[in-house]
Each structure stands twice: as C-alpha cells, then as structure tokens.
Design a protein around this ligand. Sequence first.
Ligand code: ADP
Length: 238
Amino acid sequence: MVYTKRFDGRKFDETRKIEAKLGVIEKADGSAYFAFGDTQAIAAVYGPRTLYPQHLQDPTKGILRCNYDMLSFSVGERKRPGPNRRSTEISLVTQNSLLPALKLDKFPNSVVDVFIIILQANAGTRTAGINAASLALAHAGLPMIDLVSSVSVGKVGGKIVVDMIKEEEDYREKSGERASTDIPFAVLPRLGKVSLLQLDGDVTRKELNEALKLANDTCAKIHEVQKKVLRDSFNKWK
Ligand code: ADP
C-alpha cells in the first residue's frame, strides 16, 4: 500500500513543531529542552568534575558519560521505571554521537555527565535527546568544536519521510508485513561529520541516498534553531 498522506497531515519533508529552550534545570551546569512536537526531551549537564573512583581517570583527557531514560508516564502504557537494554543502547549511541563535538583533552582526570530524560515519547526520542544534550553542553560553557544536530528519517509505505511518529514507525501492509524503516541520524553540521547512523528496516541504495540528503538538510535547519537559542541566551548577558 502506498503512503500518500501522512497520518498527522505533514509534508513528507516536514518535521513536527520544533521547540528549544536553555536553562531548564537551575542546579545543573548546563541544561536544555528540545521537542519534536509531542516528543519532548530534557538534558542536564554536570561537570567537568573530578572522576571517581580514581582508577577510572584518564590523565590525558576527560570522559563523557551519557544516561538516557524515559519517564514512566512518557508513553501510553506505563513504562517500567529504570534502565533496560534499549536505554543502555541509546545512552551509548548518544555518547558516541556527542563525543566528536567536545574538547575533552582540556579536562584530564574528569568526567562530564549528561542526563537525558524523555518527558513524552512519540518516536524520535534519541534524536530529540541528542539535540537537547548538544545544547546543554554548549550552555554549560564547555569548549566545543561544533554542535550536534539530529533527526530521524525513514521510509513509510515506499515514501521517504522525516521525523516519523510512532504510528508511522509501526506502519504495516494490509498483509501485516512491516512497511517502515527508521534511520536515526546525527551530524556535526560545521564539520560535516556524521556521528550517528542507525537503520532499522530495509531500503534500496537510491532510497538511502534520498533519506540521508533529507536528514542532512533537516539537520541544517535544526542547527539554525540551536544557534539562535544559544545566541539569544548569550545576548541576554551582554
Ligand atoms: P526512538 O524513540 O529514538 O525512535 P525507538 O525506535 O526504540 O527509539 O522507539 C520508538 C518509540 O517507541 C519511542 O519513541 C516510544 O514512543 C515507543 N517506546 C519505546 N519504548 C517503549 C516502552 N517501553 N513502552 C511504550 N512505548 C515505547
């Protein structure tokens, strides 16, 4: 079955409404909120601070630790509190997607902790979390080479789309066969370096090229939003 109109009426290359805010957690060294419509993430950064236990310290550079979690009430069915395999995987890919943006060699024996909480989940939570975390790291004043901008693209019923909702991720043919592919993507826009690329489903090489172009173009727009939020915040202190 061909997917001719998106469930929520968006264009195929249109994201949900993007919202970004800084300084949402007062006690953190840096914090941010980022939302794709009803997928909402908060990130809080603590550090750099001395890493304990001491045997984990690296005298040549600091380390980054990311922790991703979804609140129990973030999804329709109550999610069991606490970590699981999925949150462990997302914490790790988030960490890897942010690492190339940081200059951790300036902070030997230290750790930078990033806590990401998903308040509401309707697909795309890892990408919203990465956008929030990237903003929070910049808000904390950490020296960064670049920001990280992230979005999920994919294929629904043969159409390449951006920022899929859960209903699209679960799209099936009448036969019951799964007809959607999810491709979370993150890029360091200034450097043009891709730091997250996952693929769940199947695509042809041509479709993948189209999807990656859409992901990259959308990340450029997200990057503009991130820069504006940071600029506005720093202008306040002038
Ligand atoms: P992402 O949120 O990055 O797209 P997944 O593809 O693993 O990551 O998850 C897709 C969506 O599935 C989530 O955004 C959320 O809406 C839903 N989901 C994930 N885990 C659960 C859960 N334990 N209970 C209910 N819904 C969940």
